[in-house]
Design a protein around this ligand. Structure first.
Ligand code: AMP
Ligand code: GLY
Length: 428
């Protein structure tokens, strides 16, 4: 099979690494890819939102499968465009059409979906500029902290959690006046959930599903979960507080009704569903859906998957996922994300990276990297490279990740030194 993978992050490097190992993968193209993905296929300069160019590429290169890493091309209708064209409509795409992508593209759509299908989630109401007064009244009925969410995609910045009622009202007004542009034309206000977070990943053909390994990520930039939110500074899989009983509840109360709900609502869906969950005293509650894999969660989920991922994708494409099961390693995988100094604020690009050849015992998944004109690997984003390691214990895995992190050098590099430390109390 010839495969086109869309995206350029650590997630895509992990997917490329895995797909390239499949005997079913003939040629792999990554658009646009990074300095890591080029080791597993051919990077191509394609803009995923230029649908005509993507379709032409599919025909020119005789592509048999498209795998979409990030949400944006899905929300913008890449899958729909491929389906709408006689010449490309039979090329399967992993990643939902626009309708299904609304599970991530609109918080209000996602909340209404969960309510309609009795999927446990925080109580909520949605407001617009016209109903801002009702929104303020609704806030008065809630207890602190207050959770405000921009309805649309806001690059991970659209959720505000506020301790103070007056501040929450002021933020509500600001959001509805365009703080996040069109993304906050509608604002969802919801009940605060307490507990500990984790992410569960599902691959579905719209009817059947397989549950992939779960993961916990570390969103804040600072040690001890302090400082600004980032895309993710590290991750661990499996999650020790998500035991068999908890995962069974996740499957019965959330995964099954989600997939059944898609069918009932006539929403075609082939691809990943990322379920952001709160473990509230042993009961799972959905915080959000994403229509893609997580990043850096993919960098710990994929190394634990022993099954052939391309074979699973093929089954999704042919509506035969029900025949498949997934084999998962019982090892622990950890990843530590190395970032550019200043991230998630302003940071530099173009710094030369060294030390790759010294890395031993970990897998490097490049995120924001590229090869410069002189042929050197340089930084090209805030999150630069993920150092993933498998171990027979969590301690073994994380020690290996940190040992190899020390070998990768670039100016201003930063990483959290406490990834997975908070979990120590769960291991006996
Ligand atoms: P989201 O963009 O929906 O993932 O939200 C970002 C983060 O805000 C989540 O990862 C949670 O840490 C937090 N969050 C979102 N909704 C809630 C909620 N209802 N209660 C508590 N925390 C929340
Ligand atoms: N790591 C969180 C995300 O991918 O959204």
């Amino acid at each position: 099979m010839n495969i086109l993978l869309i995206g350029s992050g650590g997630r895509e490097n992990a997917l490329a690494w895995k797909m390239a190992q499949s005997p079913k993968c003939t040629k792999l193209f990554i658009a646009p890819g990074n300095a890591g993905t080029k080791d597993y296929g051919t990077n191509v300069a394609l803009n995923p939102n230029d649908h005509a160019a993507v379709k032409q590429f599919l025909l020119n290169e005789k592509i048999d499968l498209v795998v979409v890493g990030p949400e944006e091309p899905l929300v913008k209708g890449l899958h729909d465009a491929i389906l709408a064209d006689e010449k490309t409509k039979n090329i399967p795409v992993i990643g939902p059409q626009q309708h299904g992508a609304q599970l991530e593209g609109s918080k209000e759509f996602a909340k209404a979906f969960m309510m309609r299908h009795n999927i446990p989630t925080a109580q909520y109401k949605a407001f617009t500029k016209e109903t801002v007064a009702d929104g303020e009244k609704f806030l008065e009925t809630l207890k602190a902290p207050y959770v405000l969410k921009a309805d649309g995609l806001a690059a991970g910045k659209g959720v505000l959690i506020l301790e103070n009622l007056e501040e929450a009202k002021a933020e509500l007004r600001e959001m509805l006046s365009g703080k996040f542009g069109a993304a906050s034309t509608t604002v969802v206000i919801e009940e605060y959930l307490s507990g500990i977070e984790l992410s569960v990943f599902v691959l579905t053909d719209g009817k059947s599903y397989v549950i992939l390994p779960e993961a916990k990520d570390y969103k804040r930039v600072g040690e001890g979960d302090t400082g600004l939110n980032t895309g993710g500074m590290g991750a661990v899989s499996p999650v020790p507080f998500a035991g068999k009983e908890f995962m069974q509840k996740v499957e019965e109360r959330i995964v099954k009704p989600t997939v059944a709900g898609l069918q009932k609502d006539n929403i075609p869906y082939k691809g990943f569903i990322f379920i952001g969950l709160m473990n509230s005293d042993g009961d799972p509650m959905v915080i959000e859906y994403n229509v893609r894999m997580g990043d850096p969660e993919t960098e710990v989920v994929i190394p634990r998957i022993e099954s052939d991922l391309v074979d699973l994708f093929e089954a999704v494409a042919e509506n035969r996922l029900g025949e498949k099961s997934i084999k998962v390693s019982d090892k622990t995988c950890t990843t530590v994300m190395m970032v550019a100094g200043g991230y998630p604020g302003d940071y530099k690009k173009g710094d030369v990276m060294t030390g790759f050849e010294k890395v031993d015992g970990s897998i490097l998944f490049h995120a924001g990297t590229k090869v410069n004109e002189a042929g050197q690997v340089v930084t090209n984003g805030g999150r630069v490279i993920a150092v993933s390691s498998l171990g027979t214990s969590k301690d073994e895995a994380i020690a290996m990740s940190y040992k190899n992190v020390e070998k990768i050098a670039f100016e201003g590099r930063y990483f959290r030194r406490d990834i997975s430390k908070d979990l120590d109390k769960y291991y006996k």
